[in-house]
Design a protein around this ligand. Structure first.
Ligand SMILES: Nc1ncnc2c1ncn2[C@@H]1O[C@H](COP(=O)(O)OP(=O)(O)OP(=O)(O)O)[C@@H](O)[C@H]1O
Length: 253
């Protein structure tokens, strides 16, 4: 059987922001259909890792391949969907929920008008995050958690094969977290891969194939599903009890 396609391959990656070495030799692989969580304390390099993967932060060393192609030659950005760390869906720009979500099709449509398939993808994305009824509303009338849903729908509207999300659950209530977990499950069932930064696994825990814990710009350890399951179900029976509670509360230090 052929090995599963590697969607992200980051090897010994280093990166500097200002004068600070922020990534100090990160190895990270995400295969097709895999969901990988990046965990770690504030400032450990999670967002920078994701931003390096989408080419926003240049590597000073090591290598990055996307879908088997070195970054320098990679052009198929429409295969990626990115949800940035908490921001509002439209900084003061008057726009409806549907307009923001439709902008997620831009990489596919270039500037031609949306066709039937585009509109169907937008509808599906709105439905997945439970915002179909709010499609005509102005984004300025949304709560923080609803903004977050719109940003996720914008990424989903592009029908990405690789979804990168930076703290998608931040400030999102438990009911909305469940909605997002269902949306993600559906996306993964369709073959998408996901790399997401999390402080808490929450309702997403059952979806996670691997949790990569960063510390000071390096991979401290990688947890696999059995261990994640043990940590979630028997946090006090394992030698790592302390770590378990930290993962659940996001207080990894
Ligand atoms: N633009 C910048 N210039 C200089 N240093 C930066 C810049 N952005 C981030 N850093 C530093 O890089 C390090 C890693 O930041 P990063 O945002 O990747 O961490 P993180 O793990 O995502 O943290 P958090 O959980 O707080 O979001 C931090 O020490 C941060 O201060």
């Amino acid at each position: 059987m052929a090995p599963p396609e590697t969607v992200i391959s980051l090897r010994d990656a280093t990166a500097t922001l200002g004068a600070r070495p922020v990534l100090r030799g990160i190895d990270l692989t995400v295969g097709r259909g895999e969901v990988v969580a990046l965990l770690g304390a504030n400032g450990s390099g999670k967002s920078t890792t994701v931003r390096a993967v989408i080419g926003q932060v240049p590597l000073t060393g090591g290598s990055l391949e996307l879908f088997g192609t070195p970054l320098a030659r990679f052009r198929e950005w429409r295969r990626l969907g990115y949800v940035p760390q908490r921001s509002t869906a439209a900084g003061g720009v008057p726009a409806t929920v549907r307009e923001i979500v439709s902008s997620g099709r831009l990489a596919r449509t270039r500037l031609r008008p949306l066709g039937r398939a585009d509109r169907a993808a937008v509808d599906r994305a709105l439905e997945l995050v439970g915002m179909r009824e709010r499609a005509r509303d102005s984004v300025s009338a949304l709560s923080g958690g609803q903004h977050q849903r719109v940003l996720i729908a914008r990424a989903l509207a592009g029908e990405p094969e690789l979804l990168l999300m930076d703290e998608p659950l931040a400030g999102v209530d438990l009911a909305s977290q469940r909605v997002l977990a269902d949306a993600l499950r559906e996306q993964v069932a369709g073959g998408s891969s996901v790399l997401l930064v999390l402080h808490e696994l929450g309702p997403l825990a059952p979806l996670i194939d691997r949790a990569v814990v960063l510390r000071d710009g390096q991979v401290e350890r990688v947890d696999h599903p059995e261990r994640l399951h043990d940590l979630a179900c028997h946090p006090h029976d394992t030698p790592e009890a302390d770590t378990a509670s930290k993962i659940e509360t996001g207080l990894l230090t």
